[in-house]
Ligand binder design. Structure first.
Ligand code: ADP
Length: 587
């Protein structure tokens, strides 16, 4: 299957065609300007008349036929940012394009040109399947401890979190390293060091990214060509007070005037190394700092993963600079990592080779390989299109009346020491039941009698009411996902043996419980927000927006809504909801 891959930037367009794993065509339009651009085809550079991305993409069909490339079956697009919603590649349709468009504030420098390429290519090849592959998706497996900044809740709620980038490259080289070691990636702890103009490190634990050095933006982490990497955010205040700089000025300088460029006067590591060899102290210092920062992340990620099996170097610097690889690895003997200097000096990377360059007896393998983001995008496109299409199916609706999940201390406070709840009616979710006991909720305005208790016990008491109930109680219950209870209001629980004032009062956000098998068949992804139609054809037919999908093994697929939502749709008795629009098949 021939896949055409685009990687669009504001001033360039790279493209390649892959026939399965074999690259059959490669070209790049560079430096768009009023008088045209540089066009590189098969390594030969010539001037070309295209002045922008639109003209370049329009020229691709002629370029392909000029080079004798025919039979394109699909198009793959690199997208920098997929937010939290795109956990893998996504087949492009109008709804997906709109979702990507909405993510522009997260990647204002990168996503717009890439999305423009998507739109142009969909106009040009309306009949070909087209797929977006996101730099961020691979890192969406990072645990909250790796993605969370310790900043005010309002900032986090606005979307401030760590994402990580270069995901396509990290995933490709981790898979390639595992293949070179002859072991499944699911058995290995790998640190991938992508050192190009942009640079990032990634901890790939048993095949999943668990941390990565780039953060909310591609600024955090390693020293890069023109980007600073880690900087104390206190610098913003200091620079404003001392130099009178405003935020856009500081941000622009951190992206474009920092890194090797700032330290050594060139963003190009070859220049920096040449200057250092000629005795330039600034260049020498830049190299030392670059290597030190990279080594620090290596040590950190070995600790984060509780051990290390392989380090893989890639990107222009990682692939080509033996001295930088040596400097980064120097002193890592305590981790069981040593280099073989001869092997390090001239690894042969032709034909996607991934040679090992560790010293004899090194417990950690060290691998060098060319990154191949376009190859990986083509691979992801083939994998996605090979999957059976997602088939939406009706989702049973479960209407939750007001209920309480109790902690063990709460049971004792309400029912007496040593008391155990009596499981009554089983719920559809395996292992869950309604207790025979009931309790009373009391707020400043009123009481709700005979409130159901759901088992089993939880670590923390959670009280779920409808918005209408919250008015009856006189407490403003916030809309929350289950388990997100910090800062929730208090209400009084009254049982036969005593009462308890507990926080944890919420209006539960609607959600779909499902298992990995059903999720895959329906094209649903954990954490995705989908739309569902209720009571189709009835006078109160309703589309629910922002329904959270929660995938966990062993759960029964059903939609959970509360009584207000059910009443709004006029639901009486058993019913089903229908997914609106097509979802994407998932891994
Ligand atoms: P990008 O991130 O733009 O794809 P690359 O992966 O091509 O960039 O990496 C570019 C960097 O690789 C530049 O700093 C360049 O100097 C460096 N580089 C390329 N070849 C060598 C080499 N032989 N020795 C040292 N650095 C090199």
């Amino acid at each position: 299957m021939k896949v055409l891959v685009f990687n669009a930037g504001s001033s360039s367009l790279k493209l390649g065609v892959f026939d399965d794993e074999r690259q059959v065509f490669k070209a790049g339009f560079d430096r768009f300007g009023p008088d045209g651009c540089d066009l590189t085809v098969a390594g030969v550079v010539r001037r070309a008349p295209q002045t922008d991305l639109r003209a370049a993409i329009a020229a691709v069909p002629a370029l392909l036929s000029e080079q004798g490339v025919a039979g394109i079956a699909a198009v793959g697009h690199r997208l920098a940012h997929g937010g939290t919603g795109f956990t893998g590649p996504a087949r492009l349709d109008d709804a997906v394009v709109a979702r990507i468009d909405a993510l522009t504030p997260l990647a204002p420098l990168h996503n717009p040109a890439m999305l423009q390429a998507v739109r142009l290519a969909r106009d040009l090849w309306p009949d070909l399947p087209q797929v977006a592959v996101f730099d961020t998706s691979f890192h969406l497996t990072n645990p909250a401890r790796a993605t969370t900044y310790a900043v005010p809740a309002a900032w986090r709620q606005a979307g401030l979190r760590r994402f990580g980038f270069h995901g396509t490259s990290h995933k490709y080289v981790a898979e390639r390293a595992a293949e070179a070691l002859g072991r499944p990636v699911s058995e290995l702890r790998i640190i991938s060091m992508h050192l190009g103009n942009g640079a990032s490190a990634c901890a790939v634990q048993y095949g999943r990214s668990i941390d990565s050095s780039m953060g909310m933006t591609p600024l955090e982490g390693l020293v890069m060509g023109t980007r600073s990497g880690d900087v104390d955010p206190g610098a913003f205040g200091f620079l404003q007070r001392e130099l009178g700089l405003d935020i856009p000025q500081i941000e622009a300088a951190l992206y474009a005037d920092s890194g090797l460029m700032a330290l050594a006067g060139s963003a190009d590591m070859r220049d920096v190394q040449d200057r250092a060899a000629a005795g330039d102290a600034a260049a020498q210092g830049a190299i030392t700092l670059y290597a030190y920062r990279a080594r620090k992340y290596l040590g950190a990620y070995a600790a984060a993963m509780g051990g290390l099996d392989a380090v893989v170097f890639t990107g222009g610097i990682g692939e080509n600079s033996a001295t930088m690889r040596r400097r980064i690895c120097d002193g890592l003997g305590f981790l069981g990592l040593t280099l073989d200097e001869d092997l390090n000096r001239a690894p042969d990377l032709s034909d996607q080779a991934a040679p090992q360059i560790q010293g004899p007896g090194s417990r950690v393998a060290v691998i060098v390989t060319e990154t191949a983001e376009q190859r990986m995008i083509a691979r992801e496109v083939r994998r996605l299109l090979a999957r059976p299409p997602a088939v939406p199916r009706p989702i049973p609706v479960a209407v939750s009346g007001r209920h309480v999940h109790l902690s063990a201390p709460a049971v004792e406070a309400l029912f007496g020491p040593g008391y155990r709840l009596t499981p009554g009616t089983p719920l559809r979710q395996p292992g869950n039941w309604v207790a025979q006991e009931r309790l009373v909720l009391e707020g400043p305005k009123g009481r709700l009698e005979r409130v159901a208790i759901l088992g089993p016990l939880r670590a923390r008491t959670q009280i779920e009411v409808s918005r209408t109930d919250s008015f009856a109680l006189g407490v403003d219950a916030p809309l929350r996902d289950s388990g997100k209870l910090d800062g929730t209001p208090c209400v009084r629980l009254i049982g036969p043996a005593g009462h308890l004032d507990s926080d944890g009062l919420i209006v539960a956000a609607r959600h779909i419980h499902t298992n990995p098998e059903d999720a895959r068949a329906m094209g649903l992804q954990d954490g995705a927000l989908v739309q569902l139609r209720l009571a189709d054809g009835s006078a109160r037919s309703l589309i629910l927006d922002r329904v959270l999908v929660r995938v966990a093994p062993g759960t029964v697929t059903e939609l959970h809504i509360d009584t207000d939502e059910a009443n709004a749709a006029g639901i009486v008795g058993a019913t089903e909801g229908a997914l609106v629009g097509t979802a994407q098949p998932v891994d």
